[in-house]
Ligand binder design. Structure first.
Ligand code: HAM
Length: 411
């Protein structure tokens, strides 16, 4: 084969592609209910936007960004996530003045040059939302409720919600320092990544696969405001009937977070088991040049949810097995058959067929492969009588009907 898709990129088709559509439709419905409006931002932005927001020393920016120079000699990058672009769009388009409630959701492709493995792709899809202008912990709770509702409406099986607070600019320096001190003490034995993190970004060492265990006893001491808010968050989640666990080591791989961070994992996945992650980022809008505006958001990894649906036989999908129209005989019969196929579709009944050049036997074979519950068999005799034969494939029974009755019955 001369051309193949490149490493980490893949074709998505069949029921796996339908799972994506199902997840996206479910998310749109739920976002609508919560009064979130859609926003679409470009896939390419100035690379500096990602450096400034996600952080220069993060894996995403340091190792995974697809950066290139465009014809205007601008350094641009494929977006690795959605938040930075939405914040830029929020400031640039003055959205705070245009909308009384500033809740936005997005669905789109993201790109990270990661080492491909199960559940980790170089092009993947996220469904995310960003909620601007609300400092209240109820905004954090709302965000977690939405993420959970979308996920639970898409997959069966257990999910786990982990939360943490990484504090504000008042208390975070102390947290950073206590991690840095441990790293300095253990410097000779920590991995190369953690050596670099010691000065630049010590908190990331907490979720390091090699050295994370060195911090099992670490205690985050939050300032009065942050600890009070974190208590309110926990109470609010409990009152909303949400099960969660507090994980003191959850810090997230992006630098813009403040206070609340959370992650939702699924038992149905392997090592890349996070299906959603998010948190509060109260300084990012101001850091990127906007009016100081608190914000909170999340992103769900659609590929991973689609994978879970694909794995579970009880998974929910949109795929309605089509009614199959099998016509055979003279030209008048084929026209009649095709007319019926059109009528079914006009009546919004999922239907397939039109392989009228094949024998009835071959057409029945296709209907079987499609999992069709009903097949309409139309020969010259049925055409003359203006009827169809409706075959129930499971019951192996059939009856004759006029087309008008048929649509009523199938609907
Ligand atoms: P993130 O944790 O980098 O956060 O990504 C969110 C989710 O995207 C992950 O939990 C995972 O399901 C999915 N994901 C990430 N990388 C890959 C990959 N290489 N292949 C497949 N799926 C992947 C963010 O992106 C933040 N922007 C979330 C956010 C929004 N925080 C506030 N607002």
């Amino acid at each position: 084969m001369k051309y193949q898709s490149i490493k980490g990129f893949r074709d998505i088709f069949g029921s796996y592609a339908e799972n994506f559509t199902f997840i996206e439709n479910t998310a749109r419905k739920i976002f609508g209910k919560y009064n979130y409006r859609e926003i679409k931002t470009p896939s390419v932005e100035l690379s500096e936007l990602f450096l400034r927001s996600i952080g220069e020393t993060t894996d995403i920016v340091e190792k995974e960004l697809y950066v290139f120079e465009d014809k205007g000699k601008r350094k641009v990058a494929l977006r690795p996530e959605g938040t930075a672009g939405v914040v830029r769009a929020y400031i640039e388009n003055n959205l705070s003045q245009k909308y009384p409630v500033r809740n936005f959701f997005y669905i789109g492709q993201m790109f990270r040059q990661e080492r491909p493995q199960a559940g980790r792709f170089r092009e993947f899809s996220q469904i995310g939302c960003e909620y601007f202008g609300n400092t209240s912990v109820y905004a954090d709770i709302e965000i977690i409720l939405i993420a959970r509702e979308i996920i639970k409406n898409c997959i069966n099986g257990n999910i786990n919600i982990e939360i943490n607070s990484i504090g504000c600019e008042k208390c975070r320096p102390a947290l950073v320092n206590s991690v840095r001190n441990i790293l300095k003490k253990e410097f000779s034995s920590v991995c190369e990544d953690c050596k670099k993190r010691t000065e630049k970004n010590p908190l990331r060492a907490l979720d390091c696969k090699t050295d994370g265990k060195k911090f099992s006893d670490i205690k985050f001491v939050l300032c009065g405001t942050c600890s009070g808010e974190f208590e309110k968050l926990k109470t609010g989640l409990k009152n909303a009937g949400i099960e969660f666990a507090v994980s003191g080591k959850l810090v997230r791989g992006l630098d813009y977070y403040t206070k609340t961070v959370f992650e939702i994992t699924s038992d149905a996945l392997g090592s890349q088991n996070a299906v959603c992650a998010g948190g509060r980022y109260d300084n990012l809008v101001a850091d990127l040049g906007g009016e100081p505006t608190p914000a909170v958001g999340f992103a769900i990894g659609t590929d991973r949810l689609a994978e879970i649906i694909g794995k579970s036989p009880g998974g929910k999908t949109d795929g309605r097995p089509p009614v199959f129209v099998a016509a055979f005989g003279n030209d008048k019969t084929l026209d009649y058959g095709f007319g019926i196929l059109r009528e079914l579709r006009d009546a919004d009944i999922a239907s397939a067929g039109g392989y009228f050049e094949k024998s009835l036997k071959s057409q029945m074979r296709i209907a079987n492969a499609l999992g069709s519950k009903y097949v309409l068999i139309i020969g010259d005799e049925e055409t003359e009588k203006n009827i169809v034969v409706l075959r129930d494939m499971a019951a192996k029974s059939q009856k004759e009907l006029p087309p008008a009755k048929l649509i009523e019955l199938i609907k």
